[in-house]
Design a protein around this ligand. Structure first.
Ligand SMILES: *Cc1c(COP(=O)(O)O)cnc(C)c1O
Length: 264
């Protein structure tokens, strides 16, 4: 099938109208979650996630006022950043990073939400120094204790955070997590609570760490995340429609099994 037809099948004839309607619905769900949690809407940043959405369609979304975009894979993000270089977009890389992709990330990204090793911190810092840039970072925490998830175990986060000042081009913003993938709401909520508890603890033990924000919640669970204190929700499918299942390897944060390749 030609590319244009594939796009029409997924995004319809009028993606602009579809996205606008999706955003309205999403906003009302965010507002309802804020009301339940007694939090102002302005306390929550929506980070639209455009992975698997082609650059030509991302352009439509930018036209609707979405100027800060999240991407899971560095190469895909870099290609879109090139294709849309005429637009004002702030790019956030939200997926696991291999050290050999740090150089590429530094060329376009303003935020990185999946910092979970000193090796990656070192690689990013080195390239950022050369480029004369800084980026905002979130430490990814494995709150579900699943071996298949990236992120630091909660009990290693403080020691890691204490090393971050060695990399002054990395500006710590907060903690990020992916909740367990399950329909069991209690277990999902427990992940978000755990991240918030860790943040609250760090506020006491490291009051100047900068690790204040919680990046948590996606299409399937952002309402619960907002109720549990999310500052940034990373939402793709609720805005851009379902990702085709063949893109299952795009599932966020999962360490690829031997069958799937090319993780960013
Ligand atoms: C894809 C992705 C999201 C968004 O998931 P949706 O189901 O599209 O809302 C959030 N966070 C990360 C790390 C992702 O890779």
């Amino acid at each position: 099938m030609p590319e244009a037809e594939i796009q029409r099948e997924r995004f319809g004839d009028d993606p602009e109208t579809t996205f606008r309607q999706n955003l309205l619905q999403l906003e009302s769900r965010i507002a309802a979650a804020c009301a339940r949690a007694n939090r102002p809407r302005s306390a929550i940043q929506l980070l639209p996630v455009t992975k698997t959405v082609p650059a030509s369609i991302v352009r439509v979304a930018v036209g609707l006022g979405l100027h800060c975009l999240g991407e899971n894979k560095v190469q895909e993000a870099a290609a879109k950043s090139d294709a849309l270089s005429d637009l004002e977009v702030r790019w956030a890389v939200i997926g696991h990073l291999q050290t050999n992709k740090a150089k590429q990330l530094v060329t376009f990204a303003s935020e990185f939400h999946a910092l979970d090793s000193l090796r990656v911190a070192e690689a990013l810092h080195r390239h950022l120094v050369s480029a004369g840039r800084q980026i905002d970072v979130f430490i990814q925490v494995n709150t579900s204790n699943e071996a298949s998830k990236y992120g630091l175990p909660p009990n290693e986060v403080e020691a890691f955070a204490r090393r971050l000042p060695e990399f002054p081009t990395l500006k710590p913003q907060g903690l990020m997590t992916l909740a367990v993938l399950t329909g069991e709401a209690d277990r999902v909520r427990a992940c978000f609570r755990s991240l918030r508890g860790l943040r609250d603890q760090l506020r006491l033990s490291m009051p100047t760490s900068g690790l204040d924000q919680l990046s948590m919640g996606m299409t399937g669970d952002f309402e619960m995340a907002i109720e549990e204190g999310a500052d940034v929700v990373r939402v793709g499918q609720a805005i851009f429609g379902r990702r085709p299942t063949k893109d299952g390897h795009y599932w966020p944060g999962l360490i690829p099994s031997s069958g799937s390749s090319e993780q960013a």
